[in-house]
Write a protein that binds this ligand. Structure first.
Ligand SMILES: Nc1ncnc2c1ncn2[C@@H]1O[C@H](COP(=O)(O)OP(=O)(O)OP(=O)(O)O)[C@@H](O)[C@H]1O
Ligand SMILES: [Mg+2]
Length: 424
């Protein structure tokens, strides 16, 4: 019997998660039998490889393997596709045609998205599964076929049965053995492995060096909820491979490629692997707040830089002393600012106090750790102060942006953006 490892190699399946190994072992074990198999799992988890494995490791391997996407064939033609039709069976049936059950006689048919089969087709399918008999559309002659069925679905079949969309008897007939592939968020240790494989594949395809992730970016990648599973990870890797000039990608860059909606926001890495990846809303919100804060922080840094660049300009310094006091509080500026040595001025300018800035930077690097012990008032007050400062400056200049921007030491464009951002 072939080992899971060699099967993975042969079918280019990446991953070492126990749940993936179990699914592959199950496929290997069930392959030599004629048992019907139902492969279940969310969209994009890799269901399509398992029927191929089952066929290739079965005694049917020299006969045909036909994959049918039941969801993609119009309801009116699916019976004819599967079972064939006689000439004149319906308008446009100019000649007789054999269906897949005839073509794959002795082989395997993979019915992908089997939950999409119309009820009338389900009746025909149940018959062929139970007796090996089927009838072409427009015919009365019973034909025989020996086909092994492997089906796959990403829908909840029990729900479909409850809603009378799927026949219960057919479900049990298809589901003699169920092989489930777990979602990517439940096999996080495989995420980076998959990324590296896809990155190297795309590097080859697009003839460019392989993209790599920084350690922190790997953490972000691993903590995503990946609702589109491996397909989504593959797409993201392709986009990064093609669009990024730098071959080393950090977490900030990576975030541009992760969909913004909440279901795709990185979730917390759960210690409990069995948890279904649900994460608290509060943390998601905090995460967003922290990222907004990073933007604010960058703006503040720019402001500081501009101030520092102008530090030789005495009038500017004097004019802005009050501003600095307002932004960074009185305690730091109680000393006579104008008399500070150059080094001391720099220290004061790297306020509000350096620790706070450093804390915030670490927070953005690792929001969840930070979220645990964040002191909300402290961080919010930074933004509050900025808003207050802008408001006051605008008031002083009767709403004229140019002098206000000059006073604040930022460009008019930045001020305009902030007015919009804070809805002033
Ligand atoms: N373990 C894996 N290693 C490498 N590539 C994988 C793996 N699992 C899935 N893929 C790739 O991810 C993509 C999606 O997989 P697949 O088409 O099998 O998903 P699916 O489960 O059939 O999804 P759907 O229900 O939407 O049809 C494919 O390109 C497949 O090659
Ligand atoms: Mg599929």
């Amino acid at each position: 019997m072939e080992s899971p490892q060699s099967v993975k190699q042969r079918f280019e399946i990446i991953g070492n998660d126990p749940s993936l190994n179990r699914a592959i072992e199950k496929s290997i074990r069930v392959a030599p039998t004629d048992i019907s198999v139902l492969v279940t799992g969310e969209s994009g988890v890799g269901k399509e490889s398992l029927p191929k494995i089952i066929h290739a490791l079965s005694h049917r391997k020299h006969a045909k393997y036909i994959a049918v996407n039941c969801g993609a064939i119009p309801e009116g033609t699916i019976d004819s596709e599967l079972f064939g039709h006689e000439k004149g069976a319906f308008t446009g049936a100019n000649q007789a045609r054999d269906g897949y059950f005839k073509e794959a006689d002795g082989g395997t048919i993979f019915l992908d998205e089997v939950g999409e089969l119309p009820l009338t087709t389900q009746v025909r399918l149940l018959r062929v599964l139970e007796t090996g008999e089927f009838i072409k559309v427009g015919s009365s002659k019973v034909q025989k076929s020996n086909v092994r069925i492997v089906a796959a679905t990403n829908v909840n079949m029990i729900e479909a049965i409850k809603k009378n969309k799927f026949r219960e008897d057919l479900y049990y007939r298809l589901n003699t053995v169920e092989i489930n592939l777990s979602p990517l968020r439940e096999r996080r240790s495989d995420i980076h492995l998959l990324f590296r494989k896809f990155a190297s594949d795309f590097a080859l395809k697009y003839k460019m060096p392989t993209v790599r992730l920084t350690e922190r970016a790997v953490k972000v990648l691993e903590s995503c909820s990946w609702p589109g599973n491996i397909r989504q990870l593959k797409n993201v890797t392709e986009q990064i491979s093609v669009l990024e000039k730098e071959r080393e990608v950090d977490e900030a860059t990576l975030h541009h490629y992760l969909p913004k909606n909440s279901s795709n926001l990185p979730s917390v890495i759960s210690e409990d692997k069995s948890s279904k990846g649900d994460f608290s809303n509060e943390r998601e919100i905090l995460y967003k707040v922290l990222f907004d804060m990073k933007n604010d922080l960058n703006d503040l840094k720019k402001l500081t830089l501009e101030l520092m660049e102008k530090e030789n300009d005495e009038t500017f310094k004097e004019e802005n002393l009050s501003l600095i006091k307002k932004v960074y509080g009185d305690s730091d500026t109680e000393r006579d600012f104008s008399e500070e040595s150059h080094q001391e001025q720099l220290e004061i300018l790297q306020l509000p106090n350096q620790n706070k800035v450093r804390d915030m930077e670490t927070a953005v690097d690792d929001p969840y750790d930070y979220a645990e012990d964040i002191e909300e008032e402290e961080t919010l007050s930074l933004q509050d102060k900025e808003v207050e400062l802008i408001k006051k400056s605008l008031e002083r200049h009767q709403g004229k942006r140019k002098p206000a921007a000059d006073e604040l030491g930022i460009s008019e464009r930045t001020l305009y953006r902030k007015i919009k951002q804070y809805d002033l």
